[in-house]
Ligand binder design. Structure first.
Ligand code: PA5
Length: 447
């Protein structure tokens, strides 16, 4: 039984029973298409079976690499972009305490990210920072040719070679890439870097349960076995339960597609904890890159409450009515804080004395759900008992499965991303890359 629940108490009034039934039937058809691997993009469905097929030996190999990194490094620089870093970051940031002086476990390394943008200041400061630190690098790129991580890796490799010597890099650089193709694989073989494989049939944004996500997560000190156990739990449930038996993925996909048909074109993922900000970033990529095609697709946005109630709250309550919300509700925090009474009560907070901060946060959440529903924003709730490797594993797998179903319901291929190439081609043309000369003239004539 999964630990997650979905509540539609703030959605039902926006949809008729007939529409919900129709969407559920479509979602069940899409689930069958996904499971039978008969839909478009079916060459990229390796992720569907992945948690259940991950062996103890594979996990052990990743844990051993993580332990080697931990044995000599203070920092692990994770070099990747999009699906090649967001999954790891989502899990690591959801589970890492903000103010812990020590890392989660004594042995864990601090994770730093690079290659996920081209900002010069950031990379210059990173290189200066690492100059006198003990560090390792996990470079992650399925194609091995993505410009942002390739640039960051080139810079970091020069620093590593200067600092440690080329012959001493075998335990400091880990490449996660295609099993045989691509520049990164060739480079890893040439230098003798240990490499981990991204399976051919798993695309970037569906790769968190491969070494793409697992090596950084293990190095950060978290249990990849528990993460996979959570995902496996959800995989079993979503594969076996039909829509009429309460399948969470078909339900989520039905609700969001039913609301989309009613003009709710933007879905906001809402969390009430800053720990979940990168779960939202990962979710945005997953749904945005999977569904935004052929002039269609729900626009995925995110906010973190109550922080953003003081910035975006006005629009959500009262602006254009094209919004729906999916709220991630975490029932119990790992730790709590009690509010106490003060004799002067100048801040007027004595009415809260004796309450836990989590109760205040839950009341803010309920109050907001009611207000937004009353303001015309349907709000679906995904309820987690707490944040742990298992529950995050369940949540991420649920979103992946629901995204596959939802893309099929929409009539798009949820596993490709042809539109991403356009900016790259223009950038290559502007930078003078060989073969792009004609395009340069064309695009410059538009401005
Ligand atoms: O989901 C995807 O496929 C993309 O976001 C890729 O992960 C991203 O573009 C990085 O690609 P690569 O791993 O080939 O460097």
């Amino acid at each position: 039984m999964s630990n997650l629940k979905i509540s539609d108490r703030f959605v039902k009034s926006f949809l008729t029973e007939t529409l919900i039934q129709k969407e559920l039937e479509n979602a069940e058809k899409a689930r069958q298409t996904l499971l039978q691997k008969k839909g478009v993009g079916n060459e990229f469905l390796g992720w569907v079976d992945l948690p259940g097929q991950t062996s103890a030996d594979e996990l052990q190999k990743i844990r051993l690499a993580a332990e080697t990194i931990q044995s000599h490094s203070q920092y692990l620089v994770v070099v990747g972009i999009g699906g090649s870093y967001l999954g790891a970051r989502a899990v690591i940031e959801a589970l890492t305490p903000e103010f812990s002086a020590q890392e989660v476990q004594k042995k864990a390394v601090k994770i730093i990210y690079a290659g996920h943008h081209l900002d010069a200041d950031y990379h210059a400061r990173l290189l200066a920072f690492l100059e006198n630190k003990e560090f390792s690098v996990n470079v992650i790129s399925k194609s091995g040719t993505t410009t942002e991580p390739a640039i960051a890796f080139r810079l970091l490799l020069s620093l590593l070679e200067r600092k440690y010597g080329r012959e001493n890099l075998k335990n400091r650089v880990y490449a996660t890439t295609d099993k045989e193709k691509g520049a990164l694989k060739q480079l890893a073989d040439e230098y003798g870097f240990p490499s981990f494989v991204i399976p051919d049939d798993v695309g970037g944004r569906y790769s968190v349960f491969t070494p793409v996500g697992l090596l950084p997560i293990a190095a950060a000190g978290f249990s990849i076995n528990k993460l996979i156990d959570g995902a496996k739990q959800m995989e079993g449930e979503l594969k076996t339960k039909s829509a009429s038996e309460g399948n969470l993925a078909t339900y989520y996909a039905s609700m969001r597609n039913g609301l989309y048909a009613q003009g709710k074109k933007t879905e906001i993922l809402v969390s009430y904890s800053p720990a979940l900000v990168f779960v939202s970033e990962w979710w945005k990529q997953l749904f945005g890159e999977s569904e935004g095609k052929n002039g269609k697709g729900i626009f995925p946005a995110s906010v973190q409450f109550t922080t953003d109630l003081h910035s975006m709250g006005q629009y959500i309550q009262d602006g254009e009515r094209h919004l729906m919300e999916t709220v991630i509700k975490v029932e119990s925090p790992k730790q709590d804080v009690y509010l106490t009474e003060k004799t002067d009560d100048r801040d007027g907070l004595n009415y809260l004395a004796g309450k836990k901060l989590s109760e205040v946060n839950q009341s803010a959440m309920l109050g907001t759900l009611i207000a937004h529903k009353d303001g015309g924003v349907p709000c679906l709730e995904i309820v987690l008992p707490g944040l742990s490797e298992e529950t995050i594993g369940e949540l991420l797998y649920l979103f992946q499965f629901a995204c596959g179903i939802s893309g099929y319901m929409l009539g798009v291929n949820p596993f490709d991303q042809p539109g991403v190439e356009d900016y790259k081609n223009n950038m290559f043309a502007l930078l003078g890359k060989k073969g792009y000369e004609k395009r340069k003239n064309e695009i410059l004539s538009h401005i």
